[in-house]
Design a binder for this molecule. Sequence first.
Ligand SMILES: [Zn+2]
Ligand SMILES: [Zn+2]
Ligand SMILES: [Zn+2]
Length: 364
Amino acid sequence: MSSEFIFNLFYLLLSFGLIYPPAEFISAGFTIQNWFGTILGSEKERFVKYHIKKSILNLFIYSCLPAIYIDLMYLLGFVELYSLFVDTTTFWKIFVTSSIAIPFLALYEIKRWTDNNFQNHPIVRNLTKYCNNNNSWEAVASDIENEFRRLEIVSIRTNPIVKVVVTENWIIKVCPLTLFVTHQSDATLDVKEATNYHLSHISPSETQFLNIEVKSGRVEPFTIRINSNEFQDLEDRLARSINVLPEVKFHKNITEQFLEVFSETVKKNPRYHTDIELDQCIGCLQTRPSIKLQKQCPDNEVPGRNCSNCFCRPMWCLDCITKWFLSRQEPEQKNQWLSSKCTCPMCRATFCVLDVSLLDDIEE
Ligand SMILES: [Zn+2]
Ligand SMILES: [Zn+2]
Ligand SMILES: [Zn+2]
């Protein structure tokens, strides 16, 4: 491997790590925020000012990366000054010229952003939409900053460079170059999409990510992407609930998810026929019993750990027996819930999901 190749690889990783810092970079303090902490000030104290400064800094540093690359190539002796511009390929000429031009274009853009009290800065343009009675954007900024200083904010990091902050009245999506801001009073949130990821092929558990669209009459809609585990935190902080569009298959919590998987499995078991007159389910007293416990699973090799037959008449609805089953499981061992056992609430006979039969007159 030539040293030039190693340098290229190193520089590529370094640039990528600066723009999209992985956890290792962040914990080692290898981030733009960390290096320029004194210029940026405190996010907690001056949230909006901090992000305006950060966006300017980010834009400038990103724009300098190609030029720094060429400088280093020259300083390390991989290229001659002469061959940078003259004796070289067209691609390289374009690259060298644009890498010199880009920082100047960025500076021009930064000048445009900062002119007239930041009027053209993307963050300020978003805040201006919330100026009432000829207020300046600074009044909106200071309102957000006051709320951000309080303890009861929700801050969810969605990836290394984007986070969602919800304060008492504001929903803010923080991006490297801008803030998307909307006031809770005129925002509606819809879960538009839920995507599942299997993190490992050994474990059946999966991670679900939700794309939530934040719409408002005053600003352009924007999408926030969160892990479904964080849904509840987010919803608790909002003044109104989040709509889940009908076509989105999404479980607000692990209990709901388990209830669905359990009942889907039960529906595949053989049905049970009974002619006896049944009262209400003794768990909820709201519906007819819908299941019968009867041993159907094969015995396993470990004696004493097999299921046993339950002779109780049907007394429970599927919902109640599932919740009972769930209440007897170890909270930490989510992966084993479906394959573990439980006892009949009345006779203590052991049963598993295979031993729960729907009554044959129950419609799915
Ligand atoms: Zn019930
Ligand atoms: Zn029983
Ligand atoms: Zn069983």
